[in-house]
Design a protein around this ligand. Sequence first.
Ligand code: ATP
Length: 436
Amino acid sequence: MEQKNIQDGLMDKITALAKRRGFIYPGSDIYGGLANTWDFGPLGTELKNNIKQSWWKTFVHGRDDMYGLDAAIIMNRRVWQASGHEKGFNDPLVECKKCHQRFRADEIEAKECPACGGALMPPRQFNAMFRTYVGPVEDESGLTYLRPETAQGIFANFKNVVDTIAPKLPFGIAQIGKAFRNEITPGNFIFRTREFEQMEIEYFINPDDDWKKHFERWLKETNNWLDSIGIDKKHVHDRDIPKDELAHYSQRTVDVEFDFPFGRKELWGLAYRTDFDLKAHQKESGVNLEYFDSETKKRFIPHVIEPSLGVERTALAVLASAYREDKDRVYLDFSPPIAPYKAAVFPLLANKPGLVKEARALYEDLKKAGVGLVAWDDRGNIGKRYYAQDEIGTPFCFTVDFQTLEDGTVTVRDRNTTKQERIAMRDVPAYVDGKI
Ligand code: ATP
């Protein structure tokens, strides 16, 4: 049974803050929206980019056994025939006889329709891939699908990467990109949508190698990364999928769950997919996808371990972990590398040219130092500016005041403690750089 961890009203608070402060807007807003679609605004785009960059830096740049890929979203239909998605990417659905709403059979316990109480028909299969047609004629010959996962782009390019880069096993290929699933029950804000982004790695190993060792390492390292971007460890739980519930290609799967405000749900998944995919593509394409080990002179199909994360789910877990209320103040406790704005600069008073000039110089210096996005604000009073920066999770605010003109120091205010101290203005870029 799923453990509930309902944090009262937290989802509503996060959703409202996300819209109010430019993180996430309802999709197609000016046309009355489109159910369960969301657009990332200026702040949300930064947050998402920071998450993706951190993942890429950790798992591609930070290692010497990883290679990047950016495959096309629309692939040859045969990819989806080989992978089993065309036949098997189905969710059993039940339909209400009265109001004709459809529900996922595995998510519905009652015998009646949750919407109108009508009787439910027996479950039917429903393919979750979005169909599309390539070329001007909408017929079978041009039929293909928007990819439901980024993984298959990696398998389809396995040979290209091996032939051009000559990597030694074990090695991995990483990809970040959009995926599309015609989900029956999207919802819970950005938790389940029909269009989302994945960060996936296929880590190829020698079948004689100890897969359990690699599996454990990926589990640990990915969870460590979640911790490093501020996802609350206390709320992250590994759930081993029982043997009889495993996908047909998997020998072992761990769903890593997070206590979202609406309950404990899958945040990301780790699967030992064996040689299922490469074998299937070799069979369908007729192209030899064996790896030649130059040391042992053996040819074989590598096995694969796959950590697969959703960007939006990660962002939601980051937001839920970061949300804080402190008396009448709301702030987002983002870790500095993930925060949309790294710092903010204010002149104490907007109508004192001496202060504005110094503050502007500091703002330009910070930008030039390449610390990331820096906010400028000279509107209203200083308290309001702090309040606004707290709500978007800016870790440091620097204020140029009259003392700055005398001794070259500015105040730096810490978001979490609200404590202020003075530091030399020339030290500010190094100060921020040191924290990110
Ligand atoms: P679920 O059981 O929640 O439908 P899944 O097991 O089908 O997820 P996978 O196919 O393992 O998901 O996809 C890997 C990751 O991609 C998930 O752990 C999740 O982070 C993300 N993901 C999958 N489907 C969606 C979706 N509809 N919206 C947002 N993220 C998704």
